[in-house]
Design a protein around this ligand. Sequence first.
Ligand code: PMP
Length: 430
Amino acid sequence: MGQNDVLFERAQKTIPGGVNSPVRAFRQVGGTPRFVTRAKGPYFWDAEDKRYIDLIMSWGPMIVGHAHPEVVEAVQRAAETSFSYGAPTEGEIELAERLCELMPSVEQVRMVSSGTEATMSALRLARGHTGRDLIIKFEGCYHGHADSLLVKAGSGLLTFADSTQNAPSSGGVPHDLVKHTLVLPYNDVAALEEVFKNQGDHIAAVILEPIAGNMNLIQPASEFLGAMRSLTAKHGAVLIYDEVMTGFRVALGGAQSLQGITPDLTCLGKVMGGGMPMAAFGGKKEIMSKLAPLGNVYQAGTLSGNPVAVASGLKTLEIISRAGFYECLTAQTEKLMAGLKQAADKAHIPFAVDSVGGMFGFYFASKVPTSFEEVTKTNIDAFKKFFHAMLDEGVYLAPSAYEAGFTSIAHDNEVVAAIITAAEKAFKRM
Ligand code: PMP
């Protein structure tokens, strides 16, 4: 038994399933999760001191690479002046100003500690603002684990729950609550038009992943986004872009900057905290001013705007704002995907790839899927074999075929070449 097995067995005694977030448990792929001891740049080391090239990067946040010296220094400096005050600081204003600059649709922003809190609060705000209850979400999109959003949800829910029913994807979520959540297929303009035609004046909000990353990576059609923006505007519903994953990951201005869409509210997380528990939601001032203490929509947090997390976020945003950052990140990610595709072709394995900025998807299928339904038809058995072969070769992929992957600026030519070499061996073994 290796040290990872020892730790996994020990963990399961006091932590349900041995993990603090379900997808870490390797349930879809089988085997023992790797317990991490340290990480640097594109690499982490496990409890057996084996080195892996990381292609999850904490599920997105570590876009400048693990333990970037400038971020470490900023965090250390902040930590020396205490970890938390529960009173406002200038750093929070700086971070808010920077977020508003980088995403012009965000006129005001409120900081929270997780993506779940961001989407949950944005929904409450949208409902408070419109005085309506109904919300629309899309099949296979994951927006954190707030009750209203656990219907046909992506990410771990696709692995663990029966997502075929239009019912809560999780136990403990009241049917009475979920009846206010309408779930539509991603990229289906006709379904969206139909719902707005019948119930448009009762819809508080439409929430979406503007590039879906929780059912592998799925890109939206521009007609789909255009229809969503015009229908929500016409019916007075709030359009919520959940950019917890895509914000600062696909481009400096998020998916909205690539798509030319101005949402009413945006949810952020992951990269904006550089790996610290930090997230936010923001948007039109007219809507944001309905939040307490100004308005009657309540939202709060003991650790919101935490000064150490703010320091990490500010330094990370500074680094990603430097000239050429996204050109380089995008080019390296594209190079990686092209190399994987070429290796699969050589082995005559049906394989498709996609990427946007530092976020990527690969599919054991002959073409890139456009919906949740298509993703579920990709070859999951082939994925499992590939995952374990890559793990043996020292490359750590997301342990599920229903997740996007993530690179960082530290994934340089040498690292990309090493991943492709590993993939050539992995495909050959399959
Ligand atoms: N929204 C999206 C799009 C996400 O990808 C995630 C997490 N993967 C969340 C919300 C929830 O964020 P958190 O895990 O920080 O609660």
